[in-house]
Design a protein around this ligand. Structure first.
Ligand SMILES: C[S@@+](CC[C@H](N)C(=O)[O-])C[C@H]1O[C@@H](n2cnc3c(N)ncnc32)[C@H](O)[C@@H]1O
Length: 152
């Protein structure tokens, strides 16, 4: 293995202190999710959400596909970085968790950019290819059931 640095609590605290641009809505969604069983483990970390947002902005993506919405934290981070007419299609098999995120997307004013698809992602992807044609997304974030990543 190449040189690797463990993300200790001290290191994470330092990264957050010097680089994290946080706000009340993001904090509230993280806190709401942390109250769910396994919520914190499922959700991307604040700095990962910020990185996703940066990647969407840097690449100039206008159409983003996300597989694995959960409570919509990564969705919110990426949708914020899209242009007003951009689209983020986010897929989840379970509608309970995205319903929590939908309220936050609306409060942030980015809900019109988010197209939530509920169902097994493999079937959703087939439907998207039929609807939009192949290679219709500029950026894809896969954060769902690991066993199906190759298929996705
Ligand atoms: C790690 S969480 C996603 C976390 C999210 N990106 C965030 O930052 O909050 C994984 C999600 O994938 C969903 N999922 C699992 N299997 C799936 C499948 N076959 N199709 C679609 N979604 C699936 C789960 O319901 C869960 O909400």
């Amino acid at each position: 293995m190449a040189d690797q640095t463990a993300a200790t609590h001290d290191l994470l605290a330092y990264v957050r202190k010097v680089s994290l641009r946080d706000d009340d809505l993001l904090r509230e969604l993280r806190e709401t999710t942390a109250d769910l069983p396994g919520g914190t483990a499922m959700q991307v970390m604040a700095e990962e959400g910020q990185l996703l947002s940066l990647l969407v902005g840097l690449t100039g993506a206008r159409a983003v596909l996300e597989i694995g919405t959960f409570t919509g934290y990564s969705t919110l981070c990426m949708a914020r970085a899209l242009p007003a007419d951009g689209v983020l299609v986010s897929c989840d098999i379970d509608d309970r968790w995205p319903a929590i995120g939908a309220d936050f997307w609306k409060r942030d004013g980015v809900d019109s950019r988010i197209d939530l698809r509920i169902g097994d992602a493999a079937a959703t992807l087939d439907a998207l290819v039929a609807e939009r044609g192949p290679e219709s997304f500029d950026l894809v974030f896969i954060d769902a059931d690991k066993a199906n990543y190759v298929r996705y």
